[in-house]
Ligand binder design. Structure first.
Ligand code: PLP
Length: 411
């Protein structure tokens, strides 16, 4: 870092300011986490220089014998960690992993059934502004108005009516467990492939805090940077039957050379997730989410779907008369970073939204437990209710962070 500071002080200052931002506030964004220094070391390595189109032992460039070892480690560890028959660790992101999975299983114009964006699905699950909505005939399912839980009867009925070639389960803002067995049953009934996009909860599955999708889905797509606490990136797990199709879809169909520094960092993260303390960490993440959710509920902030089984909660703010966008601003002023989020059947447009989404992966990595998360819930409630409370909340946030710093040194 000293070298970077001497050569490019302007850019070095950006890194320092971001570190300062993270150290100076509570990070409750559900899709973020803090990687270990070991993951950062792999990311900042000379492996970024190496072109390695292809797969270990089958590259289109010379000199790949060393980076092959990194990819083999990543693949072997991913397969062992998740009990998967095959793993592809090259997708640059979660969106790219989904693109590759669709490319492996579908032709343009084919029908797929996935969760609606407004009910917690992801853009890549068929939104009109995304490739998925433009290239495929997408039928969407949602959650029930009363329970705010996935309506499996509706999923089955839509599957029987539209005969999709692919059913996608998984979401970006769904706080409850998914019934993968139910999705499997519906997919089998209509002869569809089942894809589980577990971008968010993959780390919790790795650590055993929640049940895994791997035994049920033909293909599992995931990100490595959320609850899995690795580098920014994606991955795909699949059955041996689909291995060659998935590999060809990632390269050469949608990607060129893999980011070998990121592949190496994924190997490090998988290695970390295989350790028993990671299992303990993931159970703490879910316990913390429950504590945060209960504290918010006690403050009159209603958890969508009645609570959480995962690392995240979705909070309906309509009873407080504060929009999601306004809550996001008020929390930012109080040193708390979170995001506005549409709630199911939201009367507001997404840019305003009636809810916020909170997650506990970052706070848990920082060493906080349920007692701290209970306080965090009270602080969020104070900040959302009263903009005048910002200075006092900021002070409490600083006191919490004084004990729970994410990064102790400059990388
Ligand atoms: N799928 C789901 C369910 C997600 O929540 C996300 C990201 O939030 C993605 C895919 C896309 O991941 P990325 O941002 O790495 O492309």
């Amino acid at each position: 870092f000293g070298l970077l500071q001497r050569q490019d002080p302007e850019l070095a200052q950006v890194l320092l300011d971001e570190l300062e931002r993270v150290r100076g506030g509570l990070q409750l964004i559900a899709s973020e986490n803090f990687t270990s220094p070991a993951v950062l070391a792999a990311l900042g390595s000379t492996l970024t220089n190496k072109y390695a189109e292809g797969y270990p032992g089958r590259r289109y460039y010379g000199g790949c014998e060393v980076v092959d070892r990194a990819e083999r480690l990543a693949v072997d560890r991913a397969r062992e960690l998740f009990g998967a028959e095959h793993a592809n660790v090259q997708p640059h992101s979660g969106a790219t992993a989904n693109l590759a999975a669709y490319a492996a299983l579908l032709q343009p114009g084919d029908t797929m059934l996935a969760m609606a964006l407004q009910h917690g699905g992801h853009l890549t699950h068929g939104s009109k502004v995304n490739f998925s909505g433009r290239w495929f005939d997408v039928v969407s399912y949602g959650v029930r108005r009363d329970s705010e839980l996935i309506d499996y009867d509706e999923v089955r009925e839509l599957a029987l009516r539209h005969q999709p070639k692919l059913i996608v389960c998984g979401a970006t803002a769904y706080p409850r467990l998914l019934d993968f067995a139910a999705f499997r049953g519906i997919a089998d009934e209509v002869g569809a492939w089942l894809l589980a996009d577990v971008a968010h909860p993959i780390g919790l599955m790795a650590g055993g805090a929640i049940p895994s999708a791997v035994p049920y889905a033909d293909v599992v797509t995931f990100t490595t940077h959320k609850t899995l606490r690795g580098p920014r990136g994606g991955g795909i797990l699949c059955t041996a039957e689909l291995a060659a199709r998935i590999d060809r879809a990632v390269f050469p169909f949608i990607q060129g050379g893999p980011l070998m520094h990121a592949v190496a960092a994924k190997a490090v993260a998988f290695g970390e997730a295989m350790r028993p303390d990671f299992g303990e960490h993931t159970r703490q993440v879910t316990a913390n989410a429950r504590a945060l959710c209960d504290a918010l509920a006690a403050e009159g902030m209603r958890p969508v779907a009645g609570g959480t089984d995962t690392h995240l909660a979705l909070i309906d703010l309509r009873d407080l008369g504060v929009s999601g966008a306004e809550a996001e601003r008020r929390c930012a002023a109080a040193g708390i970073t979170l995001n506005r989020n549409a709630i199911p059947y939201d009367p507001e447009p997404p840019a305003v939204a009636s809810g916020i989404r909170v997650g506990t992966a970052c706070a848990t990595t920082q060493g906080m437990g349920p007692e701290e998360l209970k306080e965090v819930g009270m602080l969020v409630a104070q900040a959302v209710r009263d903009p005048g409370a910002a200075p006092a909340v900021r002070e409490r946030v600083a006191a919490l962070l004084a004990i729970h710093q994410p990064y102790l040194s400059e990388y």
